[in-house]
Structure formats: C-alpha cells, structure tokens
Design a protein around this ligand. Structure first.
Ligand SMILES: NC(=O)c1ccc[n+]([C@@H]2O[C@H](COP(=O)([O-])OP(=O)(O)OC[C@H]3O[C@@H](n4cnc5c(N)ncnc54)[C@H](OP(=O)(O)O)[C@@H]3O)[C@@H](O)[C@H]2O)c1
Length: 278
C-alpha cells in the first residue's frame, strides 16, 4: 500500500522563518504547498524542498480565496496550515508610518492569518486531525514603544490565534502559537541593530523557530516562545509599559536595557524595552 504524505501549506515561505519551516517539514516527510509573492525566491525554496508553490498576497482576501480554491482542487484535505507571512514596521510608531503602511501591517500580519484560516478551513476539516500554527511574535505580548503599529498587528494576531484555539476545540483542528523573539532573517536583520555583543548573542536563527513548529505539531505544544532566552516578556505590573520589558540573557539571567530616547543603557536589575527590528 502506498503511503501518501500529509500536505502542509506554509505562507511566507520565500524567505527567513517560512523557508526554514518549509525545509524542516520537508525533512519530516510533509508534502508542501508554499505561498508568497516573490516568485523567484519562492520557486527556489519549492525546488529545494520538493514542494509546490502558489503566488499569493495574503493581505488580499479575494486573492487568498482564489489561490485556496486552486490548492483545494489538488489537495482537498490538508493536515497543516502555517500562517507565517508577515512584514516589519521598521521600528516606527504610528506617527512615523504612512496610514497606508499601518493598514498594510494589519492586513498582512493579522488579517492574512484570518483569511488563510477561513479559506483553508474546509480542507483542514477534511484532513483532521489537523493543525494550524500561527507565527506571531513576542511583540504580540509587549507593547513596545515606537513599534506600535507592528506590535498592534501582532497583538491582534495573537488574540486571533488563542481564540481560534478555543473556537475550534473539538473540531479535530488544533491551533498552536509560536512567539519568536529576535530571529535573524532578511526581513528582520536583527543582529545589525545591536552594537552590544550580549544582545547580538540573543538573536537566534530561523531553524530554531522551524524546530518549534515541528515540536508544536508532534507534541501538541499550544504556545511557545522562541528562543526561551533573549525574549522580552511582560514582567509584572508597571514593567510592560511602552518601553519596558524584561530580557533574559543565557548567561546573566534577566538583564535590562533602557531604550528611551534611542539610547540603550544597561540598567541595574530589570527592565526596559525591546523593539529591535519590528
Ligand atoms: N525575524 C524576527 O525577529 C521575527 C520576530 C517575531 C516574529 N516574526 C514573524 O515571523 C514571520 C516571518 O518573518 P521573517 O523574519 O521570516 O521575515 P522575512 O524574511 O521578511 O519573511 C517574510 C515572509 O513573508 C512573506 N510575505 C510578506 N508579506 C506577504 C504578503 N502580503 N503575502 C504573502 N506573503 C508575504 C514574504 O514573502 P514575499 O515577499 O515573497 O511575499 C516572506 O516570505 C513574520 O510574521 C514576522 O512578523 C519575526
């Protein structure tokens, strides 16, 4: 009897974390359908992983519906949807960005996940037991100073991810959330943001996020922060305000930096903000 490989759809697979997720899933025997806008880069990842690809702008609901219909004709049942496509806000606040840029952040980072899940839901139901993995961000848990529009888009995506986990409970579809911290990718070149070598060492590689996606699916992990060190988390009342979050360092435990006024000052014990390239 021929064993048919389960089908996974990965959005934003042409670069960074999405490309790493595609490689990790291919290694695990998944059959891939990769979505993004840049054909040359997407084709390259598809060739590398033996996957199919479709050009799709996830911020465009009509386009998502069209592409999903085409994918569902070939694959009526899918077992995994990874909502990874996302754009940075350039570390800029709501007054620094043009209104169109703020709208695009919400359309891509939040609504992209909504439209893709809605459109692929019948295929996920047909493939159940199935999984949805949303690549959100630590910025979805901390309101980081001047990265307001990006942070807001990720807060919305996080609420969506958590609430759909409840809404779909019992349907055979599990929803998982991954909150990356600082990950070095073409869209988020984190290391170059820091002159401080300690902070540079807190930046992780996309493969680590991909590993956690596999872990989410294989071990049923509902929500994970990646990396577990070097991420900013709310650290108590008054400490997760606009520029305040705690950074755990692998060597020194919690370390804090003050980002106010564009400067980074090491503080005695705790807390400051983290809004590198967001
Ligand atoms: N790197 C980090 O430090 C970090 C931290 C927290 C969360 N994240 C999240 O991780 C996800 C992946 O980011 P990354 O770091 O891998 O950045 P990246 O290297 O820029 O990759 C982003 C991917 O999203 C795709 N994309 C962007 N807009 C799209 C759209 N409208 N429709 C379809 N695809 C779109 C891009 O492909 P095309 O340009 O070809 O469309 C690309 O494949 C994002 O959701 C990001 O918010 C990243």
């Amino acid at each position: 009897m021929q064993v048919v490989a389960p089908v996974a759809v990965v959005t934003g697979a042409s670069s960074g974390i999405g490309a790493a997720i595609a490689r990790a899933l291919a290694t695990k025997g998944w059959r891939l359908v990769l979505l993004a806008r840049n054909e040359a880069r997407l084709r390259q990842v598809a060739n590398e992983t033996g996957g199919e690809y479709e050009l799709c702008d996830v911020s465009d609901r009509a386009q998502v519906d069209r592409v999903t219909s085409a994918v569902r004709e070939r694959h009526p049942a899918i077992r995994l949807l990874v909502n990874n496509a996302g754009i940075p806000g350039g570390g800029r606040g709501f007054l620094d960005l043009e209104p169109e840029q703020i709208e695009q952040l919400i359309r891509t980072n939040y609504l992209g996940s909504v439209w893709c899940l809605r459109a692929f839901l019948p295929a996920l139901e047909a493939g159940a037991p199935a999984h949805v993995v949303n690549i959100v961000s630590v910025a979805g848990t901390v309101a980081a100073g001047r990265s307001g529009p990006y942070s807001a888009s990720k807060h919305a995506q996080l609420a969506f991810s958590r609430s759909t986990g409840v809404e779909l409970a019992g349907s055979g579809i599990e929803v998982h959330t991954i909150n990356p911290g600082l990950i070095e990718t073409p869209g988020f070149p984190q290391r170059s943001q820091f002159r401080n070598t300690l902070l540079q060492r807190l930046v992780a590689e996309p493969d680590l996020v991909a590993e956690r996606v596999v872990r989410a699916v294989e071990r049923g992990r509902v929500e994970q922060f990646v990396p577990r060190t070097g991420t900013a988390r709310p650290s108590g009342p008054g400490s997760c305000g606009p520029q305040q979050a705690e950074i755990e360092s692998p060597d020194d435990g919690p370390v804090a930096f003050d980002w106010r006024g564009g400067t980074r000052r090491r503080l005695p014990r705790r807390v400051a903000g983290l809004h590198a390239q967001e």
